[in-house]
Structures are given as structure tokens and as C-alpha cells.
Design a protein around this ligand. Sequence first.
Ligand code: HAM
Length: 431
Amino acid sequence: MGQKISPVKGTRDVLPGDTYLKKDDPWIRTGHLHLIEQAARELFPLYGYREARTPVLERTALFARGIGDATDIVAKEMYTFEDRDGTQVSMRPEGTASLVRAYVEHAVQQQEPDTKWWYAGPMFRHERQQRGRYRQFTQIGVEALGSPGPRIDAEQIEMLDRWLRALGIPFEMHLNTLGDAQCRPAYRTALQDYLRAHSAELCEDCRKRVETNPIRVLDCKNPQCQEVAAGAPKMEQFLCAACREHFDGLRAALGRLGVAHVVDPKLVRGLDYYTRTTYEAIATSGLGSQSTVAGGGRYDGLTRELGGGDVPGIGFAAGVERLALLVAQAGRELAVHPLVFFAPLGPEEEARADALALELRKAGIPAEVSFRRSNPGNQMKRADALGARFALVLGDAEMKTGRGKLKELKTGAEHEVDLSALPAALRRLAP
Ligand code: HAM
């Protein structure tokens, strides 16, 4: 017998059933993912977002330039390798750079003034694995290109808010502004001066960040760095008039749309492309340290950086596994269970069960037949395990009379029905 091959660290299988049950760390089932995906598929088109699909593999340069060389994602976490023809390629660590590449590649700007795309799929980051943080994970995200905001910013944040509420996620919406090419350089210099003066108090990573990416020091989790960050100059004091107006306009629009939010000056995000608006939905319980369920912001310079025109953009991406952990804890999922489980007792009955099940499926009613010969008690157990609502035992008597008993598994109640009119009977019993 060959040796078992274990999965790659940081990846996980998602199956339709539970392989273990723990209240504080529920197993993610495909039914949880379906609930999340279905809600997005229904909601996003109401706001004009249409689905786009881009490859998992891209040239490494796309992310180096798009996300930024100095970011943790590009510097430490990408799965990068040389393709057989010598091209440097990476498994995408996020979707925004890829979608903007496609937008530029296909000259979408010339075809429509505003573009709204949504996407879903696996992303790859070589991070330290923990609950809610994996090396292969799934994002559902959106990107809106063409409008400088702030009305579109507010519309998008309201959509995220509505989606998470529909899923029953407990969260707070955090909001910040990072300024733009006009005002951020002065802020960066002031921040750098301040951090250099406190360099001895910073962790080793942050001491490097002071020179490469000082803004990231503000969201370091190290308590000493947080203390230094608390006294640092704030972007707000440096905002130019246009950025100030944008931020005030966004907050007013969110007020009109009824979106509760918290202004959070520490919200700086881990990717370099952001300008002005940044936002995150942070779970208020149930996730531990990896509590950001969705994050996004405006990236007005990215399209130009990737070879396109000056096209403003804003988007967000949500971590589907994190949402699934919360949905699982709330006991919600989208799962299809058989309405009827047929338990035939002999060969003739088996043929009849197969025919009845086909009739139900043609009528759009989920049905399952037993493929095993065993006593009715065991058959009921199987029906229960499948989550069937009714079981129907087919034996001699049923074959002779053409009538059978639909047994409701939860209550034990029995309903006598005419086997030749089963779909109609089921519609009456389970409308
Ligand atoms: P991000 O903040 O890097 O942003 O990721 C978005 C979300 O993906 C996170 O809030 C988290 O829920 C989930 N996520 C990230 N890394 C992991 C991981 N290792 N395991 C599980 N979940 C994870 C972006 O990716 C941007 N592209 C978002 C965006 C779109 N900005 C503008 N448009």
C-alpha cells in the first residue's frame, strides 16, 4: 500500500460534511461558502457589478509594480517561480492588480466611462498559518474604475455593509484617508522624522519600515510600536484641501445612506497602491486576531502605474474563509438535503424507488434512494444522516396497494400518500 500524502501546509479541504465538530472552531463546509457566494452573486449585480475572471498566474512584475516591492506581500509572501520558458511568474496574492491589468490590456476605458467588476477565486500568500490565515485562501472582491468619488466610494461601502449584514456577520466598518500625491509626501517625511527619533523603541521590522514604508509602522501589532504610533503625527493634519473635501464628502454620503462607521487613523492597509479612502470591515467577535473580514480603498494611480490612462478606481476584497468561520458559528449554511429518502426492501421495490426518485427530480424535488439492502431501522438512520425530511419504505404492501407512508423524520408523523401522485402530495406537505 502506498503512503498517504498529506496536503500542503496552509491549504485546506472544504467538504460538504463535517469531519469534526467543535463549537469554538467550526469546520467550514461547502454549504457555508455557498451561502456567502450566493449572497454576493445576488447583491452585487443590483449595484451594477458584473463578474470578471482573470488567471491565477501572472507575471511577477505585475505585483511588484502594482502592490509595491516594499510590501510584505511582495517581499516575503509570494509564490514565485520561473516558468519553463524562463518567465518569472507568481501565483496571484490578490485580485486588484490582475483586474487592472485586464482593464488596461483590453482598453476597457475606451469602451465605457465607468466599469464595475466583481470577482471570486483563490489567492496565495506564504504567511504563517493560523486560524483565519491560510496560504491558499479565497477572496470575493469588487473594483469600480472611472469615478473619482466620493459618491461611488460611499455606494461601494454601503454594498459591503449590506452584504455582511445579510450574512449575519458581527462587524464594525472602519474608515480612513491616506491623502494623495499632493499631500502624502509631506506627511511621509514628517512621520519618518518622528519615527527615526524613536527608532530605538521600534521592533526590528519597523526599524526597516521607517526607511521603506513608514506608514506601515502605524498598524504594527507590537505593543511598543503601538505606543510610538500613538504619538505620531496624523495624516489628517496634512490633508490637502481636495483630499479633505473628498473625505468630508464621503462621510456625508455614508450618513445619507445610513452606514455606521468609525474613523480609524491607524487604518493604513498593506498594499502600496492606496490613495485617499481606505476601509475595513472588522469582526467584533468570533475570529480572534485575524478579524479583518474585508478591506479595500481607492487606488487612483494604479491604472497609470500599470500602463493605462489616468483612471481612478476603488475596490474591496473579503476573505471568504473568515466569513465562513463566522457563518458556521452562527449555524447558517446553504445546503440541499433530500426531501424524500426511499428505502426499498427488495429488487422489485428498488426499481420502483428509482422510478419515483426520477419523477421527483424531474419535478425539481431533491430525492435520494438507498443502494443498500438493510432493515428499515438502518435505512431510517441513513435518511437522518442525509438530512432528509421524509422517508418512504417500499415493501410488499406498498407495491400491492400503490399507497405508501411518508414518514417525517423529525416528528415521526406519517402521511399516507398515493404513489402515483407523489410530487403533488409533497408540494402539499412541503410547499
Ligand atoms: P487585503 O487586505 O490584502 O486586500 O485582503 C483582503 C481580505 O482578504 C482580508 O481582509 C482578509 O479577510 C483576506 N485575507 C488576506 N490574506 C489572507 C490569508 N492569508 N488567509 C485568509 N484570508 C486572507 C486586498 O487583497 C486588496 N486587493 C483589496 C482591494 C480590492 N483593494 C482595492 N480593491
